[in-house]
Design a protein around this ligand. Structure first.
Ligand SMILES: [Zn+2]
Length: 394
C-alpha cells in the first residue's frame, strides 16, 4: 500500500493535474485503474493457498485445567499428545508452517490462544479437545465451527469448553462480553466471521469425513456452536472433539498411541485436502451440499440422546392411519397408543422454537386445539413441557 501511494504522488502527470486537461484526467483514471489492479493482486496473494500455509494447532486445556476426566485419562494430555502428532506430520511438509498455542503442560487462557493465532496471521486454526459427560453412553467424533447451535442437545459441549475461562485471573475483565450468550450477540460475531464460515465448514467436513470413513468412529457430525476460542479467531477455524473420555470404547482408543496417531493422520490429510481444494472448487456450492448432508446426519445423531418436542395433533379411541389424507394434508405424522387412546403427533425436533413453528403450521391446517408435548428419548417416556424446557436450559 505505502509503495503504491508513493508511486501515485511521484507520478509527474498526477502533479501536473493543476492544468486540468483531459489527458491528465485520463492518466489519473489509468493510474487508478492500475492501482486497483495492483491492490487486487495483493489481496489475491493474501488468500492464495497454493504457496505455504500457516496452521495454528491448539491443544485444549493444560496445566491447572485438566479438561474433562474419565477412565484414567485427562483431556489435556490426550489433546496435547494428538496435537503434537498432527504438528509433527504437518511439519514434514514444506508447504505448511506449524505453530502451537502450547507444546507443554501449561495453562493458557482461551483469549490468548485466539490472540496467538490472530497475531501470527495464520491461515487455519485447529483446536483439539475431547468430550466428556456424566453419562457413560455417549461416544463418537465431532467437529465444530463457530455459530449458533442449530439444535440444543443435552451435552452442552460448548459451555463445558468455554468454562475454562473461570480458571483465568481477571476473567471478568477479559471476557466482559462473554456472558452475552444472546442470539443477537452471537449473530454479531457471526457477521464478523462470515467470510471464514464456509471455509471453516469445508475444513470441518474434510476432517469429519476422513475420520468417519477411514477409522469407522461413531459419527456425531459437523456442528456449529458458540465456542469462545473459535469466535475470537479471525481465520477459518475448527474445534475437534476426538471422542468421549467418559465412554470406555472411546477412552481405550484415545489411550492408545495408535488411536491418537490414526486420528492425527486423518486431521493432517484433511488440512492438505483443504489446502489443495480451496482454490479450485466452488466453495459455496460445496458447502451447501455439506450443510444438506449434515442436516440429515445431525438429526439422526441427536435424537438418540435428547429431549424432543412433538406437536400433538389429535387423540381419540379410533385407530387411523397417520396419512395426509386422514389429517387435512398433514405429512410427517406418527401414531402412538397409550393403552387407552391413539395419539397423533406431527414432527419431532430437539429445538423448542422449531416445535413452535410446527405448532403454528398444524393450527393453520385447522387443528386449532393442537399443542406441544415433550419426550425424553433416554427414558423413553413423555415428560412435562416445563421439565423438558428446564433441562434444555441447564
Ligand atoms: Zn476441551
Amino acid at each position: 500500500m505505502s509503495k503504491l501511494k508513493m508511486q501515485i504522488i511521484s507520478n509527474p502527470i498526477f502533479m501536473s493535474l493543476s492544468i486540468f486537461n483531459m489527458n491528465a484526467i485520463k492518466w489519473l483514471a489509468f493510474s487508478m485503474f492500475i492501482s486497483l489492479l495492483v491492490l487486487q493482486k495483493e489481496t489475491c496473494y493474501a488468500q492464495d493457498y497454493s504457496n505455504k500455509i500457516k496452521v495454528v494447532l491448539d491443544a485444549g486445556h493444560g496445566g491447572k485445567d485438566p479438561g474433562t476426566i474419565g477412565n484414567r485419562l485427562q483431556e489435556k494430555d490426550v489433546a496435547l499428545s494428538t496435537t503434537l502428532k498432527i504438528g509433527a506430520l504437518l511439519a514434514k511438509r514444506d508447504d505448511v508452517e506449524v505453530l502451537y498455542t502450547r507444546t507443554t503442560d501449561e495453562f493458557i487462557g482461551l483469549k490468548r490462544r485466539a490472540d496467538i493465532a490472530n497475531k501470527s496471521k495464520a491461515d487455519l486454526f485447529v483446536s483439539i479437545h475431547c468430550n466428556g459427560v456424566s453419562s457413560v453412553n455417549p461416544r463418537g467424533f465431532e467437529t465444530f465451527v463457530f455459530g449458533i447451535a442449530r439444535t440444543k442437545d443435552n451435552l452442552n459441549t460448548a459451555m463445558r469448553e468455554n468454562s475454562a475461562i473461570y480458571l483465568e485471573e481477571d476473567y471478568e475483565v477479559t471476557y466482559s462480553n462473554y456472558n452475552s450468550n444472546s442470539p443477537e450477540s452471537i449473530l454479531t460475531y457471526m457477521l464478523m466471521q462470515e467470510e471464514y464460515l464456509d471455509q471453516s465448514i469445508l475444513l470441518a467436513s474434510y476432517v469429519q469425513n476422513n475420520v468417519i470413513q477411514k477409522l469407522k468412529q461413531k459419527d456425531r457430525g459437523v456442528r456449529q456452536d458458540n465456542f469462545l476460542v473459535l469466535r475470537e479467531t479471525y481465520m477459518p477455524s475448527i474445534l475437534v472433539e476426538l471422542g468421549f473420555i467418559t465412554n470406555k470404547v472411546d477412552a481405550d482408543y484415545l489411550k492408545s498411541e495408535s488411536g491418537k496417531y490414526q486420528l492425527a493422520k486423518q486431521i493432517v490429510d484433511a488440512v492438505i485436502q483443504y489446502k489443495e481444494n480451496i482454490n479450485i472448487i466452488d466453495i459455496t456450492e460445496e458447502v451447501s451440499k455439506i450443510k444438506q448432508e449434515q442436516k440429515e446426519n445431525v438429526e439422526d445423531v441427536q435424537v438418540e440422546d435428547g429431549i424432543v418436542f412433538k406437536v400433538q395433533v389429535a387423540a381419540g379411541s379410533s385407530k387411523l392411519d397417520p396419512t395426509p389424507q386422514n389429517f387435512k394434508g398433514l405429512e410427517n405424522l406418527t401414531r402412538e397408543y397409550d393403552g387407552r387412546f391413539y395419539r397423533y403427533y406431527y414432527k419431532s425436533t430437539l429445538d423448542y422454537i422449531e416445535a413452535e413453528d410446527n405448532l403454528e403450521h398444524v393450527k393453520k391446517k385447522g387443528f386449532t386445539s393442537a399443542f406441544i408435548v415433550a419426550y425424553d428419548n433416554a427414558l423413553g417416556e413423555k415428560i412435562s413441557l416445563s421439565k423438558a424446557l428446564k433441562s434444555k436450559m441447564n
